[in-house]
Design a protein around this ligand. Structure first.
Ligand code: CAA
Length: 440
C-alpha cells in the first residue's frame, strides 16, 4: 500500500510580537510568571497592517510551492482550515489561490477548493480529507495543499487575552511523503458543547475553565476510541505526542492524562505502585466525589515521579517550543506542535526515521481526534528548511499602546487606519477587503 502523508510544511508567523512578561503583565497588574510559567507562554504573534489570514496563508503556501519546485498544475486540491473567515460565501482558499495565481503562469481552475470549519481541529480534518482523496485514487497524480490560518483574538480583559496569536501553516499532502505518513489508526471524541463559540462575532464567548474540562474529556474519549482500533498504547510507543496547544499549560494537563491512561495495567504502573499506589478504581469508593478526590491526589503524586517527568521532558516538552513564542494559532496549533518536535529532534541529532508520533488534535464545540503517524526517511532534510526561528526573532516588538491599536484594527475588520510596523518584502500584502491581495 502506498504511503500517504505530509510531504512538506511551511510556517508563516504574524510579524508583530507582544511580550507577555515585559509588556502585557505590568499593564494587567499580574505576576509575569502567571504567563511564562502558569500558561507557559512568553509572547504572542499578531499580523502587521499588511497581513491577514489570506496573506499569511498565501505566503506560507507560496514558500512551500517555491521550495518544492511546484506549479498550480501539480496541485489538485486546496483546503483552508480557519475559524477567522471573513466571507460567508467564498472560501478563503479561493482568495489564497488568487494570490498564488499572480506568481505562476498557470491557474488553479482544475483544483477543488474548500474551507473547513470546526474550530481548531479543522486543520487536521483537512489533512484527513486530503488523505482520503489521495487514498481513494481521485487525485490523478496531484498533491493536496492544506493551509491552516488564523488570527486568534479575545476581547480585551478576557482571561483568554494572554493566549492570543496569529499565523499560518501550509502542508503538502502526497503519496510517498518525505515528512510523515498518516495512518488509518484514528479515534474521535465528540459532543455538542457551548464553552467556546463565535456566533456572528469576532471575539469568542468563552468559558475558559469549562473549555479546559471539555478539552480533556474529549481527548480521553478520542484516546479510548483510537485504542479500540490500534490496541492499547504505551508511553514508550511514541517518540513525540504533539497536542493542540491553546497554551502549553493545557498540554501539561493533557500529557498527564495521556500518561496516566497509558500506564494503566503495565509494568510502569507496577513499578510506581510502591511509590504512589495503584491508580484509584471507582468500585473501591463510596461515591463519585470521593473517587474524584482520590484521582486528583493520585495525579498530583504521579506528576512528581521521576518516571513521568523524564517521559514528559522527552515526549511532550519538545512539542511546545514554537507555541511558547507565538501563542495560540487555532487551526495551525497542533501542526506547529509537530513541527517543534521534529525540529527539536533535528537540532539534537535524534534519528527519527521509522519512529511514531501520536497526534492529539482538538476543536472547541467540541471534538478531539487522536491519530498515529510514522516519521519518514526524508524528515530531517525537510524540517531543516524551516526558517521559523528567524521569523520569530525578526518580529516587531509592540508597546502596550501599539498592541491596543493593533487589537482594535483586527476587531473592526481592518477598517481602522494603521501604519505598517515592518516593511513587506517579496510577499503577498493585504490591500482591502473584497480586493485582490497584491504581491510586492
Ligand atoms: N506563577 C506561576 N503560575 C501561576 C501564577 C504565578 N504567579 N499565577 C497563576 N499561575 C498558574 C495557575 O495556577 C494556573 O495553572 P494550573 O491551571 O496548572 O493551576 C495557570 O497559571 C493559569 O492561571 P489561571 O487559571 O488563574 O488563569 P486564568 O483563569 O486567568 O486563565 C484560562 C486561564 C481560563 C484557560 C484562559 O487562558 C482562557 O480563557 N483561555 C482561552 C480558552 C482556552 O484556551 N481554553 C483551552 C481549552 S479550549 C481549546 O483548546 C480550544 C482553543 O484553542 C481555544
Amino acid at each position: 500500500m502506498t504511503a500517504v502523508g505530509i510531504d512538506a510544511i511551511e510556517i508563516w508567523t504574524g510579524k508583530l510580537k507582544l511580550d507577555l512578561a515585559e509588556t502585557f503583565a505590568p499593564e494587567k497588574g499580574e505576576d509575569p510568571e502567571k504567563y511564562t510559567k502558569g500558561l507557559g507562554l512568553h509572547a504572542s504573534s499578531f499580523p502587521d497592517a499588511h497581513e491577514d489570514i489570506v496573506t499569511m496563508g498565501a505566503n506560507a503556501a507560496h514558500r512551500l510551492m517555491d521550495r518544492k519546485g511546484l506549479t498550480p498544475d501539480d496541485i489538485g486540491r486546496i483546503d483552508v482550515a480557519t475559524e477567522s473567515a471573513f466571507d460567508n460565501s467564498k472560501p478563503v482558499s479561493t482568495y489564497i489561490a488568487g494570490c498564488l495565481e499572480q506568481v505562476y503562469d498557470e491557474d488553479f481552475h482544475h483544483a477543488n477548493k474548500g474551507e473547513r470549519k470546526f474550530a481548531c481541529i479543522a486543520g487536521t480534518q483537512s489533512l484527513d480529507d486530503a488523505y482520503n482523496w489521495i487514498k481513494a485514487g481521485r487525485n490523478r497524480g496531484r498533491a493536496a495543499l492544506v493551509v491552516a490560518t488564523d488570527t486568534a483574538l479575545y476581547a480585551r480583559g478576557d482571561p483568554g487575552e494572554a493566549t492570543q496569536g496569529a499565523g499560518a501553516v501550509a502542508m503538502l499532502i502526497t503519496e510517498d511523503p518525505s515528512l510523515v505518513e498518516l495512518s488509518t489508526d484514528q479515534g474521535y471524541g465528540s459532543a455538542d458543547e457551548t464553552d467556546f463559540l463565535k456566533p456572528n462575532q469576532q471575539f469568542p464567548s468563552v468559558d475558559g475553565k469549562r473549555s479546559m474540562q471539555v478539552y480533556l474529556a474529549r481527548m480521553r474519549e478520542a484516546l479510548e476510541d483510537y485504542e479500540s482500533v490500534a490496541g492499547a498504547s504505551h508511553p514508550e510507543d511514541f517518540a513525540y505526542i504533539p497536542f493542540h496547544t491553546p497554551f502549553p499549560g493545557m498540554v501539561r494537563k493533557a500529557g498527564l492524562l495521556g500518561y496516566r491512561h497509558m500506564i494503566r495495567n503495565t509494568s510502569v504502573e507496577e513499578e510506581l505502585a510502591e511509590e504512589i499506589g495503584l491508580q484509584p478504581r471507582e468500585e473501591d469508593y463510596e461515591d463519585r466525589e470521593a473517587y474524584e478526590e482520590a484521582i486528583r491526589n493520585h495525579m498530583d503524586d504521579l506528576k512528581s515521579t521521576a518516571e513521568y517527568q523524564e517521559w514528559y521532558g522527552e515526549v511532550i516538552e519538545p512539542t511546545l517550543s514554537i507555541a511558547r513564542q507565538v501563542g495560540n494559532w487555532y487551526t495551525g496549533s497542533v501542526h506547529i506542535a509537530r513541527a517543534s518536535a521534529l525540529k527539536s529532534a533535528a537540532e539534537t541529532g535524534v534519528d527519527l526515521a521509522g519512529e511514531r508520533l501520536l497526534v492529539g488534535s482538538y476543536g472547541s464545540g467540541a471534538q478531539a481526534e487522536i491519530h498515529a503517524e510514522t516519521v519518514r526517511d526524508g524528515w530531517k532534510d525537510e524540517i531543516e528548511q524551516l526558517n521559523v526561528d528567524e521569523q520569530i526573532e525578526g518580529r516587531y516588538d509592540l508597546s502596550f499602546e501599539e498592541y491596543e491599536n493593533v487589537h482594535d484594527r483586527h476587531n473592526h475588520d481592518k477598517t481602522i487606519e494603521m501604519e505598517d510596523f515592518t516593511v513587506p518584502d517579496e510577499e503577498f500584502v493585504f490591500t482591502g477587503r473584497g480586493r485582490m491581495n497584491e504581491r510586492l
